[in-house]
Design a protein around this ligand. Structure first.
Ligand code: SF4
Length: 484
């Protein structure tokens, strides 16, 4: 009898794709959408650039340093077309949105360019049916809950983009030129995505946009929602344990939002409000639309209304026209306000910004010295704030093995935002990434804490992490932008 042997169908190996995400968390979300598009397109995601057939660099074009980093990364990845497996190099994001013609002329090694609203076009690129230049109108797109997305980064934490673009005109900022005017997402769609993320095991939702306080103002009157309404619904309905709001502009703060920050058990008492400067003359030059008194009132009001408030801000030093007196006022303000976390950025000219036309410029050496002085003033404050936490019991979200030592686990308490603030290093007990654990603070350094685990089990009442989708690690370069 003849035996017919069935042949195993040959399985074609999947093509591999590698992503580099530069810049701020808003860019990170866009990269995560492209990761979803690539996976839906049948690609395997790899963290090894030299084994990928397709490499995508999602660029930042915010300031000079970020642009240089983006260009260096593109050239570094282009080398892999010669020595690695790379067949297709794709450049996306702010830099290509800002300089499409220049890049396409000067970077022949790049196969496709996509802008800040073109994430979904990656699908066409991967099918091999796309033009080289795909940079569209920056106002064309804002993420939807139905878009594919793969979460990256620390376990159990995700960014939730609530709007795109910005309607303000701060003199130093070019973001509205390449991210477009503000487009707020419908409230139901944001809540839907928040629920999806929580179902994937996300315990911490970080609400982001360019100008978060302005959420909803661009919506039609009968569909309009405020930021407070959005935060309330995300906190009530998503199931996430921590809801954190980034990039609040220092305008008159909505009391409903203050009330949520003060009283809602799932809204963390953390305010991120980039103030940029503190002298009236500089705030005017920066076209911020308010003076120092307003800023003082807002900081005071927040501090007195929100128990245990953790306040993060950011400043620019060396903006054109900044005198020694302006800078001294800024240092005084920082010492008065006693912020918990401060980012200090050194000003650099951007050719299309209003600030570039302002004279006189501040010398590079002076900018560097002012940066050091402000950082030193803040370091003392941060150290004292951390020392005040010694002996306190905190709820800590465990992220995973620390960057310092793989045998030590690290996490964050609610006063430490992902990627920009410090960590809590854990001692005395075992912990798993994605758990919420009770920790007593035993040591405090300038920016980080050490704490011993004092509970037996996780005490979270949020859904246990049940990842439906794979989480991938991703090369993320750069830091949070200083906008808003
Ligand atoms: S700094 Fe922020 S608020 Fe000002 S224009 Fe830029 S994105 Fe808008």
């Amino acid at each position: 009898m003849l035996l017919k042997l069935a042949r195993m169908p040959s399985v074609k190996p999947k093509k591999k794709i590698h992503f580099v995400s530069l810049g701020c968390p808003k860019n990170r979300v866009d990269t995560e959408v492209m990761l979803g598009v690539a996976q839906d397109g049948g690609f395997e995601l790899t963290t090894e650039a030299d084994e990928a057939e397709v490499i995508v660099v999602n660029t930042c074009g915010f300031i000079g340093e970020a642009k240089k980093e983006s260009i260096d990364t593109i050239f570094e990845m282009a080398e892999l077309k010669k020595v690695g497996s790379c067949e297709k190099l794709v450049v996306t994001g702010c830099l290509s949105q800002r300089y499409p013609t220049e890049l396409s002329q000067q970077m022949p090694e790049v196969d496709h360019f996509l802008g800040t609203s073109d994430m979904l076009k990656l699908g066409k690129v991967l099918k091999g049916k796309a033009d080289r230049m795909l940079v569209g109108n920056p106002a064309d797109w804002v993420i939807k809950a139905s878009d594919p997305r793969i979460i990256t980064g620390a376990r159990a934490s995700a960014y939730l983009k609530i709007a795109e673009g910005c309607n303000r005109s701060c003199a130093f900022c070019t973001i509205p030129q390449f991210r477009g005017k503000q487009r707020s997402r419908p409230i139901d769609d944001v809540v839907r995505e928040a629920k999806q993320l929580a179902q994937q095991g996300v315990l911490e939702l970080n609400l982001i946009s360019q100008d978060t306080i302005a959420y909803g103002r661009d919506q039609a009157r009968d569909e309009r929602s405020t930021l407070a309404e959005l935060v309330q619904r995300v906190a009530d309905e998503s199931g996430a344990k921590w809801v954190r709001v980034f990039y609040l502009y220092p305008e008159k703060i909505d009391e409903a939002l203050v009330d949520l920050l003060a009283n809602h058990p799932r809204v963390v008492p953390y305010v991120d409000m980039p103030l940029q400067h503190a002298s009236d003359a500089m705030l005017k030059k920066m076209k911020r639309g308010h003076g120092k008194d307003r800023q003082k009132r807002v900081v005071d009001h927040m501090r007195s209304s929100i128990p245990d408030l953790v306040f993060r801000t950011a400043f620019i030093v060396g903006h054109p026209g900044e005198t020694e007196e302006d800078f001294a006022e800024l240092v005084d303000f920082v010492e008065w306000a006693k912020f918990d976390h401060v980012g200090v950025f050194r000003y650099s000219d951007e050719e299309t910004s209003g600030s570039t036309k302002i004279e006189p410029k501040v010398a590079e050496k002076t900018i560097a010295s002012r940066w050091r002085k402000l950082m030193a003033a803040q370091r003392k404050i941060a150290r004292a704030k951390n020392k005040a936490l010694l002996g306190r019991e905190l709820e800590v979200l465990v992220e995973g093995p620390s960057e310092e030592h793989e045998l030590v686990m690290q996490g964050r308490y609610a006063g430490q935002a992902p990627e920009i603030d410090g960590h809590v290093y854990l001692s005395g007990g075992e912990a798993l990434p994605g758990q919420m654990r009770k920790v007593r603070v035993t040591q405090a350094a300038d920016y980080d804490l050490v704490g011993e685990i004092i509970d037996e089990e996780t005490f979270t009442d949020a859904p246990a992490p049940k990842p439906k989708k794979r989480r991938v690690s991703l090369k993320v370069v750069g830091t949070q932008g200083d906008n808003a």
